[in-house]
Design a protein around this ligand. Structure first.
Ligand code: CDP
Ligand code: MG
Length: 698
């Protein structure tokens, strides 16, 4: 390639589990069972590495309460194992097979694939459930894909998850917060339901520590008399991948913009390298949309060399038809370029990828219990992630991975493994979930990785000030139980419940629905002026929340028109989802015996309801600040209004925000102007810093 690239010195190895420093990119470029054509889905199934392990997997699941399966991404774990189980009779007698994923998009995509392979309609024998979307048919569905978060919610109604015979916790290496809680709870359930089978599957995992976690030595002795019970010693199976060698290239010098470097690298690969699709790892919708546009613009400018590129974004929140494009075979004469978040790192496999471009970054959640600030940060990935990303280039034949960083950086700066989400998150949502499942001794809970005690204390504090927990750290009735039942962040749930008091539920559920979307705007790149003008048509002096109400009103008045959305730079797909979520929230409120009420034009009422949920996120404009700097009330953190907010440059004196994102600075997203008196009105305890009874046995 160009003079900027330097081949890496890593040598391929063949072991997946004991991946030591410096080694990588495994691969026995194995004797794949060639001779099969590409024609039918059945043949494709048979060529997947897990196919050879079918009997072994079924044997282990039959005889062990827990089976840990490690296999390279793309080896067929997610799509095949649930089918093997179904074929072996695990879904008979009204029982179901569950397979969890940390990501919603993965749930939708793999379930669609499995339904297709089985020749059934999605939502019948094979279905899926994600938050606010249930595509299953009870009594008919045998294999159900769902997010780990949704399975946790199911435990509120069915604590022992009795309808499942096998639960496969997939992508366990991601160590999402819900996966970790789920693992802790499943271990408890196993004691009560010895017949339940667990499969823990992942691309890379410290299989030993997971095995130790599930090895219940006490129970084993008790079961010795019972021959028919499965062994409580977990089984470990490693599925040999059939990835091909991947050559790694590094930048000779660090680059100043990974976005520009990624675009240049794609164009350069297209120019110089033989056919094969390109997978680019960036961080989120913003930089992905930007890269798609830059590559396309370039393709127009240099018709001769950049034509033939089919550039597609991949991030959560994509519509079904956009998802389908990602998996559709590349049209003849074209080269597909998929620009993705780290969802394509292990959750989804794209066949046909030969080149990977790795920015070295991803969006990660970080939480600081001292300041009680959680934000999404564009942060360096770990070595383990970098290796996974590179591995995506070796699916169909030997490939190349271009890392947009130097080899020295990889060797010396990148951490070996990512930190489990549990240890870098705000635990408010997790604590309330455990409380609602009757786990009172949260500090004594058996976690696969313990969360920091400070985070736990913070969570208890916030829940106490929200009125969700009482002095003894027990859920309050009805507020605590209702907040737990609403499948949203507890602060949003509290805001919704307060709207009942302030008589503005009609408006608040719209706001809650919009806040649960990533964004309702489409990318403004290249059309900033037109975009700003469009936004101005909806902008409200109160801030983003009230602006969203105006957008929603306009959308409904337009007859939910996609044309209207297009004209106003609004994401039609997101708005349809908002209507849908709103509908479900309204049903939930009815169940609580609350009717929908509108505050009409009295925005003060609804702003007070928002403050009742978000008082902890309040900020004050620094008196002499020239550049719009705010400080958070509780910890004097410096924060700024995000340029996407309608209050950007307006800078009201007092604001509350919904979330923070950090790049060079901490930016507040979704900002609303408030009267500071509302803070003490909403949360006198919080602002007087009175603590809940921390000596209580929570
Ligand atoms: O879970 P694991 O990474 O081991 O593999 P998988 O997701 O079961 O993928 C097995 C095969 O199914 C791969 O070749 C994927 O490309 C294919 N697949 C697909 O074509 N469409 C999907 N929506 C999901 C998987
Ligand atoms: Mg998988």
């Amino acid at each position: 390639m160009s003079k900027f690239w330097k081949p890496g010195t890593e040598r391929p190895r063949s072991s997946l589990i004991d991946d030591e420093e410096g080694g990588v990119l495994f691969v026995s470029a194995s004797a794949s069972s060639s001779g099969f054509g590409y024609s039918t889905l059945e043949r494709q199934r048979q060529r997947l590495p897990v196919f050879k392990y079918r009997t072994a997997i079924l044997y282990l699941v039959e005889n062990h309460a827990t089976t840990i399966i490690v296999g390279e991404t793309g080896s067929g774990k997610t799509t095949q194992i649930p089918q093997f189980l179904k074929e072996a009779g695990w879904a008979e007698g009204g029982r179901n097979i569950a397979c969890t994923q940390p990501r919603r998009l993965a749930v939708q995509s793999v379930s669609a694939r499995v339904a297709e392979e089985m020749g059934v309609k999605l939502g019948e024998e094979v279905g899926y459930t994600i938050r606010f979307e249930d595509v299953t048919n009870s009594g008919v569905t045998m294999i159900k894909f769902l997010t780990d978060g949704v399975l946790l919610r199911e435990m509120m109604d069915d604590p022992l998850l009795t309808k499942y015979s096998v639960i496969m916790v997939d992508e366990a290496h991601e160590r999402s917060i819900s996966t970790d809680i789920l693992l802790g709870l499943l271990k408890k359930i196993q004691r009560r339901r010895p017949e339940l089978r667990l499969i823990i599957s992942s691309a890379t995992i410290e299989a030993r520590s997971m095995s130790n976690f599930f090895h219940d030595r006490k129970r084993n002795q008790g079961d010795a008399a019972n021959d028919s019970a499965p062994s409580t010693v977990p089984a470990i199976l490693s599925v040999e991948g059939k990835g091909f060698t991947v050559e790694i290239y590094y930048l000779e010098e660090p680059c100043s913009s990974y976005l520009q470097a990624a675009v240049d690298t794609v164009l350069s690969i297209h120019d110089k390298e033989p056919v094969g699709d390109i997978l680019v790892f960036l961080t989120g919708q913003d930089d992905i949309d930007a890269a798609v546009q830059l590559i396309n613009e370039n393709a127009l400018d240099h018709r001769s060399h950049s034509s033939g590129l089919l550039v597609l974004p991949l991030y959560s929140g994509l519509s079904r038809s956009d998802q389908d494009l990602i998996f559709a075979p590349t049209p003849k004469g074209k080269r597909k370029v998929v620009i993705s978040t780290n969802i394509a790192e292990t959750s989804l496999t794209l066949d046909g990828v030969v080149y990977v471009v790795d920015s070295g970054f991803s969006k990660q959640r970080f939480y600081n219990p001292i300041t009680d600030i959680e934000n999404l940060v564009v942060a360096p990935i770990s070595k383990a992630s970098a290796r996974q990303r590179a591995g995506r280039a070796g699916r169909v034949r030997p490939g190349k991975c271009f890392r947009l960083y130097t080899e020295e950086y990889f060797m010396k700066e990148m951490s070996a493994e990512a930190i489990p989400e549990m240890q870098r998150s705000n635990l408010v949502g997790s604590v309330i979930q455990l409380k609602s499942l009757g786990i009172d001794n949260i500090l004594g809970f058996d976690w696969p990785a313990s969360p920091p005690p400070e985070s736990m204390v913070r969570a208890l504090e916030v829940l106490y000030s929200l009125g969700v927990l009482d002095e003894d750290a027990k859920l309050t009735s009805p507020t605590g139980f209702q907040v737990a039942e609403i499948p949203l962040d507890p602060m949003i749930s509290k805001m919704i419940l307060s709207a009942n008091t302030y008589e503005c539920t009609e408006e608040i559920i719209t706001i809650a629905a919009v806040l649960s979307m990533q964004s309702i705007w489409v990318s403004a790149r290249g059309v900033q002026k037109e975009f700003d003008e469009a936004k101005l048509r909806f902008a409200a002096a109160e801030g983003d929340h009230v602006t969203y109400l105006n957008v929603y009103k306009g959308f409904i008045q337009s007859g939910k028109s996609s044309q209207w959305c297009y004209k106003n730079y609004i994401n039609y797909h997101a708005m349809k989802k908002v209507v849908d979520i709103r509908e479900q929230l309204s049903k939930l409120l009815k169940r609580f015996g609350m009717s929908l009420k509108s505050c009409e034009r009295d925005t003060q009422k609804l702003r007070k309801a928002i403050v009742a949920g978000f008082f902890a996120n309040s900020c004050h404009l620094e008196a002499y600040s020239q550049n719009g700097m705010y400080k958070t009330i509780r910890h004097s953190q410096e924060v700024f209004i995000h340029p996407s907010s309608v209050l950007f440059r307006v800078n009201p004196k007092w604001v509350i925000y919904h979330s923070l994102v950090s790049t060079d600075k901490h930016y507040m997203r979704n900002v609303m102007a408030i009267d500071p008196d509302w803070l003490t009105e909403a949360a006198p305890h919080f602002y007087q810093r009175k603590r809940p009874n921390l000596s209580a046995p929570f």
